[in-house]
Design a protein around this ligand. Structure first.
Ligand code: HEM
Length: 186
């Protein structure tokens, strides 16, 4: 049944906090750019994007640890009452998997870059050096994991975006609005 979007609900204490919204959109942008650079780096040969990819990835790692700490101490607002149980379950599993990947993707990248016999310089956007992890083994495994998890993350991000758009345009509920910066789309 189509019903109007209830913006009062969004304002009625059911929005994410500003900090959670800032974490969400900053990390979303960085992850999407990094998935793009990672998956297209062979086609984009000639443009030196891997150093940028590494700097973005390390940024995602530290932002995601901070975000996870924030999330564990600040519960998400309750979903609208009419969201069915199976959707709550899929969304909970997807969100947990995305948190895990936001940490595992950078860690596996950092690991195989550190374990490589021929090491490339590692720095944060050319501003200061990033130390290599103290590892010498596991380079092949973490490299393969980085690839497989990259495709997994792409699929989960697509599912996550599709679900958000379904809530907004088909269910016409407040699920997308409550993670939008205040003032947008309302
Ligand atoms: C948000 C974090 C990250 C995401 C989403 C990400 C994603 C990806 C993806 C999808 C690929 C392509 C894999 C394939 O060949 O199919 C890739 C490649 C690569 N990533 Fe990352 N990555 C992240 C962080 C990092 C970090 C922190 C480093 C190192 C410090 C790193 C180093 C690399 C390198 C060197 C490649 C090229 C591998 C090759 O040439 O085979 N990545 N990344």
């Amino acid at each position: 049944m189509r019903r109007p979007i209830d913006s009062a609900h969004v304002d009625g204490g059911r929005r994410y906090s500003r900090v959670a919204i800032a974490f969400h959109w900053t990390i979303a942008l960085l992850v999407i750019v990094n998935l793009g650079i990672g998956l297209l780096h062979e086609q984009l040969e000639g443009i030196q994007l891997i150093p940028v990819h590494k700097s973005i990835g390390i940024t995602v790692l530290f932002l995601s640890i901070a975000r996870l700490a924030w999330r564990l101490t600040h519960p998400a607002p309750a979903l609208p009452a009419d969201v069915p149980g199976w959707q709550r379950a899929v969304s909970g599993i997807t969100h947990m998997a995305l948190y895990a990947l936001m940490i595992l993707m950078p860690l596996t990248g950092w690991w195989f870059a550190s374990a490589a016999v021929k090491k490339y310089p590692l720095d944060w956007f050319g501003l200061f050096p990033i130390p290599y992890l103290p590892v010498t083994r596991g380079g092949d495994l973490t490299h393969s994991a980085h690839e497989v998890l990259g495709w997994t993350m792409l699929a989960l991000v697509a599912l996550h975006v599709a679900a958000a758009l379904k809530h907004h345009f088909i269910d016409r509920d407040t699920v997308l609005l409550r993670i939008m910066p205040a003032g947008s789309g309302r």
